[in-house]
Design a protein around this ligand. Structure first.
Ligand code: HEM
Length: 400
C-alpha cells in the first residue's frame, strides 16, 4: 500500500476498520503488554490519553533546557577521541547519546546511574532479538535465536521498572517527565490503573523512542559525507546561530535548514519503514475489495520514493522541505511518523532531539569519513545503514 490517498483512508478515515492488530504485533506482547504500543481498544485509549499531553510541543519545549544539557554532556564525551584524532563509530555514538538523553526525559532525576547501567544493556539485548521474534512469530521461544538473552533482558527491565514504580507511585511529586505523569495517573483516585500498566508504557515508549531516534540520526553522517554542498550550508547555519556557545533552547528557532535536513533524512530513510494493519471487517479501498482478516502492509519508505509524488526521489535535497516547496503536498506523501489515531507521539521530541544533537556535535566538530561510507539501507525491523560509518571528528578552529 503506497498511494497517499489510500493511506489516508486506512490510517485515518477508516481507522476503525483497519486496526493495528494481527500477527506482526503478537511477538511483542510480553515486551509492550497493555501500554500505548502493545494494547488495543480501551487499554490503548487510556494510555494514549495520559501520554499525549506529555508529548505536546509545548510540554516538550519546556523540557528543552534539560534535553540540551544532557545532550551537551553526552557530546563532551566525544572530545578525547576528537582531540586524539581517533575515529568513532557514528551509529554507536548516536545510540549512546540518544540513550542518555531519553533516560533523562523519561525519568528526570528519579533514576540513579546504577539503574541506568542495568537498563541500557537489557534494552539492547531485547531489541537485538526483536527482529527474530517478528520474523518468526510461530517459533517456540527456546528455539528462537537470542531467545534466552531476550528473556534475561525482560527480567532485568522488570526489576528496574517495578522497583521505580514501587518507590514513586504513591508520591510521584512534581516533574515534567514521563514517569511522573504515568505515576500521577496511576495514583489518581478511581483510575483502576496498575503498576504493570506504568511498566508497560515505560517499556513501550523506551523501545519505540530510542532505537528509532538513534537509527535516524545514524544516517545523518553518511549523508553529510556524501553531500558536501548540503554539509557546507548546514555548517554555515550552525556556526552563525550557535557559534562557540553550548547549544540551548534559544538556538532552535534559528536552525531552520538543520530542521529541513532532518526531515529529508527521514524521507529517504524513514526508520519505521513498514508497519501493518488488519481489516476487522470487509471493505473497499478505491474500488479494490479488502476481505475481513486480511493484513495490509504500509510502507513510508515506498511512498517517500514514488516518482509521481517526489521529484528525483532518490536524491538528498533538504530544500524540498522549504515552505514554498512544501505547499500543496498531500498529507500522506510524507509520513515517517504514521498518521491518524496511532500517529507517533514522539514526533516533536524527535525533532528537537535531532536538531540539538546535530547542532551540538557540528558546532564543535566536522566529520571526516575513515573507510567506506555506507550508501544503502539494511532492511531489518528498522532501516539502518548497511554498515557502521567510522568517522574522525575534527575540532572546529579551537572550539571544543
Ligand atoms: C525517528 C523517530 C521515530 C519514528 C520514525 C517513529 C515512527 C513511528 C510510527 C511510524 C508510528 C506509527 C505506527 C503505527 O501506526 O502502527 C509510531 C508510533 C508511536 N511512536 Fe514513534 N517514531 C519515532 C520516535 C518516537 C519517540 C521518540 C517516541 C517516544 C518517546 C515514540 C513513541 C511512539 C508511540 C508511543 C507510538 C504509538 C502511538 C499509538 O499507537 O497511539 N516514537 N512511531
Amino acid at each position: 500500500m503506497t498511494r497517499p490517498e489510500h493511506l489516508q483512508i486506512v490510517l485515518r478515515e477508516e481507522s476503525d476498520t483497519y486496526t493495528r492488530d494481527g500477527i506482526f504485533w503478537r511477538p511483542l506482547d510480553d515486551l509492550m503488554g497493555t501500554g500505548v504500543l502493545g494494547g488495543t481498544g480501551e487499554s490503548w485509549a487510556v494510555s494514549r490519553k495520559v501520554l499525549q499531553p506529555v508529548f505536546t510541543s509545548r510540554n516538550i519545549r519546556a523540557l528543552t533546557g534539560r534535553l540540551a544539557d544532557t545532550i551537551n554532556a553526552a557530546v563532551d564525551e566525544l572530545d578525547p577521541a576528537a582531540q586524539a584524532g581517533r575515529p568513532v563509530a557514528a551509529g554507536r555514538e548516536m545510540a549512546r547519546i540518544v540513550n542518555q538523553t531519553v533516560v533523562r526525559i523519561f525519568f528526570g532525576h528519579k533514576i540513579r546511574s546504577a539503574e541506568i547501567a542495568r537498563l541500557t544493556p537489557a534494552f539492547e539485548a531485547v531489541i537485538a532479538s526483536l527482529a527474530f521474534r517478528v520474523l518468526l512469530p510461530f517459533m517456540p521461544e527456546a528455539l528462537t535465536p537470542r531467545g534466552r538473552s531476550y528473556r534475561a533482558g525482560i527480567r532485568a527491565i522488570d526489576d528496574v521498572m517495578f522497583g521505580l514504580v514501587e518507590k514513586y507511585r504513591d508520591d510521584p511529586g512534581e516533574g515534567l517527565d514521563i514517569f511522573t505523569a504515568l505515576c500521577r495517573a496511576r495514583s489518581a483516585e478511581g483510575s483502576g490503573l496498575t503498576d504493570q500498566w506504568v511498566r508497560d508504557n515505560l517499556v513501550g515508549m523506551y523501545a519505540a523512542g530510542t532505537e528509532t531516534t538513534a537509527t535516524a540520526l545514524s544516517w545523518l553522517w553518511p549523508l553529510l559525507c556524501r553531500h558536501p554542498e548540503v554539509a557546507a550550508r548546514l555548517y554555515e547555519e550552525i556556526d552563525r546561530v550557535v557559534g562557540g556557545d553550548r547549544v540551548g533552547p534559544e538556538h532552535l528557532s534559528g536552525l531552520t535548514y538543520t530542521k529541513q535536513v532532518v526531515q529529508e533524512v527521514l524521507r529517504l530513510y524513514p526508520v519505521g519503514w513498514q508497519f501493518p494493519r488488519m481489516a476487522v471487517r470487509s471493505g473497499t479501498i478505491a474500488g479494490t475489495p479488502v476481505k475481513e482478516g486480511q493484513s495490509l502492509l504500509i510502507s513510508p519508505y515506498l511512498t517517500h520514493h514514488l516518482d509521481y509524488v517526489w521529484e528525483r526521489p532518490d536524491e538528498f535535497d533538504p530544500d524540498r522541505f522549504a515552505p514554498e516547496r512544501s505547499a500543496g503536498r498531500h498529507r500522506y506523501a510524507y509520513f515517517p511518523f504514521g498518521g491518524g489515531p496511532h500517529q507517533c507521539v514522539g514526533n516533536h521530541l524527535f525533532h528537537i532531539e535531532a536538531q540539538l544533537i546535530a547542532a551540538s556535535v557540528l558546532s564543535r566538530y566536522r566529520p571526516e569519513p575513515v573507510g567506506a561510507v555506507p550508501s544503502r539501507p539494511a532492511m531489518g525491523r528498522t532501516l539502518r545503514p548497511e554498515h557502521e560509518l567510522e568517522m574522525r571528528l575534527v575540532p572546529v578552529g579551537g572550539r571544543t
